[in-house]
Write a protein that binds this ligand. Structure first.
Ligand SMILES: Nc1ncnc2c1ncn2[C@@H]1O[C@H](COP(=O)(O)OP(=O)(O)OP(=O)(O)O)[C@@H](O)[C@H]1O
Ligand SMILES: [Mg+2]
Length: 429
């Protein structure tokens, strides 16, 4: 295979797996060898942006820069290790790098990369102008393109969503007749990686509504009172963008059972969340609050009162039909040949969507490692998947073990009836 063809196929592999560092560096090495230094630098820059500490990437960058920029004038007899002595003569304020040519390799490659990789840290001087007032800054307001049809399986969950949200939204006449307002809250819960976040995006896509998502880290602020303000701003942004799905990821962190919260500022934040959900701070008409958690038993029960997150929906590990859909989705852009989907589906009971994605990645890795070793690109085959199956274990079982205890001993008011039914069906209780 010619080196250009190999580079092309490796480039597509890197596009599909942008975080795979060894793969990217391999591509960069080939580019370098082929005399395509500029492209190699771009690749190494991406690698360094993801993993700045990587020695391999640093070394390759040195090599690439040696090839791409004119070599610096011969240095005085080198000190063997680049210890403090080597860096001492440089002025302390070496950043931002001066514009002219320089023999500091770091500064040189920063210049080289200025167009390719954004700086990793913004310094005081180049921070963007603070935006005030109406701009949605702490969070992103986006339009989702995923539709419910993209979510494999989950027919029960989809039905609940249809009844609670989508139906009323589509039928304003009926809504008026029944005096139903266009707002609501629903909490998705279940084991990790089973599509809660994915589903929330799909709901937004289905409604043609905007999607505002937040996780606890977006709200928390070290300054007293700022966290509450952030939370309020987030709800305000959702209200301005109605109809809108406001997605509170990991809501257990935000609305933790108040009896268990020792810090008073977290308690204040929990209360603020209740107030925002009640619409005390502004009308929530057209704002659908979806929340997700792996640990609903840690969530403040006050959050589940009517008018707040009053519907609770269990998102289970994908069933066979869903697994087939998820596997197809994750293999759709990969070179595959002779994969026996039925067999894989049968072997992946209890796998979460994320586990299935990981399985596909691992199989691709094996096929690629083979291709790299032999220099001949081959397709991903059933044997790669079988090998990956030996390595990737389902991650939902520990969650089920905890959930089992909750279902058996703490199913107050029947909140976890769905879970009990599932565990019974699976003969886990
Ligand atoms: N039913 C599904 N159909 C298609 N893809 C799915 C499905 N379930 C999960 N996935 C895939 O698995 C990935 C992980 O799902 P997601 O991030 O939504 O899980 P989660 O339940 O939010 O997990 P966590 O509790 O860890 O936040 C998704 O990005 C998607 O690619
Ligand atoms: Mg999630």
């Amino acid at each position: 295979m010619s080196s250009d063809a190999l580079i092309d196929s490796l480039s597509s592999a890197v596009d599909a797996r942008p975080d795979d560092l060894p793969l990217r560096l391999h591509l960069a090495t080939l580019l370098l060898d082929a005399g395509r230094g500029g492209e190699a630098i771009a690749q190494i820059g991406q690698a360094l942006a993801r993993e700045p500490g990587s020695d391999a990437a640093q070394a390759l960058m040195q090599r690439a820069l040696g090839a791409a920029v004119p070599p610096p004038p011969p240095a005085p007899p080198a000190v063997p290790a680049a210890g403090p002595a080597a860096t001492a003569p440089q002025p302390p304020a070496q950043r931002p790098a001066p514009a002219g040519p320089t023999d500091d390799p770091l500064a040189a490659y920063e210049q080289e990369l200025a167009d390719v990789v954004p700086p990793r840290f913004a310094r005081a001087g180049d921070e963007p102008e603070p935006v005030t007032g109406d701009d949605d800054r702490v969070y992103d307001v986006e339009t989702s393109t995923i539709r419910l049809a993209d979510v494999g399986g989950m027919s029960a969950v989809k039905e609940r969503l249809e009844l609670a949200f989508l139906g009323p939204l589509r039928n304003p006449e009926l809504r008026r007749m029944y005096g139903k307002s266009l707002r609501g809250g629903l909490m998705l819960y279940g084991p990790p990686g089973c599509g809660k976040t994915f589903l929330a995006r799909a709901v937004a896509g289905e409604m043609g509504a905007k999607f505002v998502s937040l996780s606890i880290v977006d709200v928390l602020d070290m300054w007293m009172g700022n966290s509450e303000r952030n939370l309020h701003e987030l709800f305000e942004a959702a209200r301005r963008n109605a109809p809108c799905v406001l997605f509170l990821d990991e809501v257990d962190a935000l609305g933790h059972k108040r009896s268990q919260v020792s810090s008073s500022s977290m308690r204040t934040l929990g209360n603020q969340l209740l107030a925002e959900l009640d619409g005390m701070e502004g009308s929530n008409e057209g704002v659908f609050v979806l929340a997700a958690t792996n640990t609903p038993w840690d969530v403040d029960p006050a959050l589940r009162r009517p008018g707040r997150l009053d519907r609770v929906v269990l998102v289970l590990p994908p069933d066979a039909e869903a697994r087939a859909a998820i596997l197809e989705y994750h293999l759709r852009e990969r070179p595959i040949a002779g994969i026996d989907l039925r067999k894989v589906v049968a072997a992946t009971e209890d796998f979460s969507g994320a586990d299935l994605a990981h399985l596909c990645e691992t199989a691709a890795e094996y096929a690629m490692a083979d291709s790299v070793r032999s220099g001949e690109v081959r397709m991903i085959e059933q044997r790669d998947v079988e090998r990956a199956l030996k390595e990737v274990r389902p991650s939902t079982r520990p969650w089920m073990a905890t959930a089992r205890n909750v279902a058996m001993f703490a199913n107050e008011g029947g909140v976890y009836d769905d879970l009990v039914a599932y565990l019974k069906k699976r003969k886990l209780i």
